[in-house]
Design a protein around this ligand. Sequence first.
Ligand code: PEP
Length: 252
Amino acid sequence: MRKTVIAGNWKMNMTPSATRTFMETLAPMVKGKDKCDIVLCVPFVDIATAVEATRGTNIKIGAQNVHFEPKGAYTGEISAEMLKEVGAEYVIVGHSERRTYFGETDTTVNLRTKAALAAGLTVILCVGEVKEQRLSGITDEVVTMQTKLALADISAEELKRVIIAYEPVWAIGTGLTATPEQADETCGVIRRALAGLYGEEVAEATTIQYGGSMNDKNAAQLLSKTNVDGGLIGGASLKPDAFTAIVDAANA
Ligand code: PEP
């Protein structure tokens, strides 16, 4: 059985004090809803507060990026060891906003994934096509290539701590959502890529999320699909009610 994981990506939102209030509000709302893992990936400066505010709850905390070097002259960067020590358990790698605005490449996505895994973090690895690629009919090739390049030199054992997030770029923050059928089909393509790399059994055991304007209204339908094992949620993860409704859909 694959684990369903509902993860929030707060992006550049929420101060530490707002983080504390949010976590104290959310924790009782999702208490006991254990058919899915619940993760919130918060800004670096909010991690310590989030970890403290969620201690003893079923909410786990993650970061939104990690540098691939262990330490050194990389002004403004954060290492995997730093994240681990402050209490983060997860980290998003390769989000399309990092690929688009901050020069992230398939090579650096691979390096970051390896560094995070080596430090004991669980990686939420994002792949997804842009609108022109979907319209040109090359979505399958794009997500297969991104998946394979991101996972170069990563063992089947390490893959147990990798969650893949299929995030069509045209659906992120746009209010446009892939249809449940599109989400299921492309998550299935990613699963086949994993089967090619690691074999069927490993592919079947890997959690593949859908992300892209998932919300309280569309979550149930998206999550009902065989190949969709959870969600990576941006906007709706900033609202305790909407995020809880998505957790509820995963617990139904
Ligand atoms: C995301 O940032 O990963 C995301 C899916 O955002 P949104 O839910 O706002 O589209």
